[in-house]
Write a new protein. Sequence first.
Length: 80
Amino acid sequence: YINRGLYESDKLTFILLVTMKILVAAKHLKNSDVTLFLRGGAALDINSVRRKPFQWMSNDVWLNVVELSQSNKFFSNLVG
């Protein structure tokens, strides 16, 4: 019923949030993964991390890459 009252542009966001909540409850997804997906590198300061290797890459993208490499063991070698 909630889905009926939402604007068309908000329906996918609502479905995504409900799906992530179900996956966390079923332990198929960790809270830290959801936090990483929602927040990314927004909490980092560009002056406190390693300098980005390419000028064509935006600061926001670089901060997301750094946060991913710090938060997820699989991607730990992403930032050398």
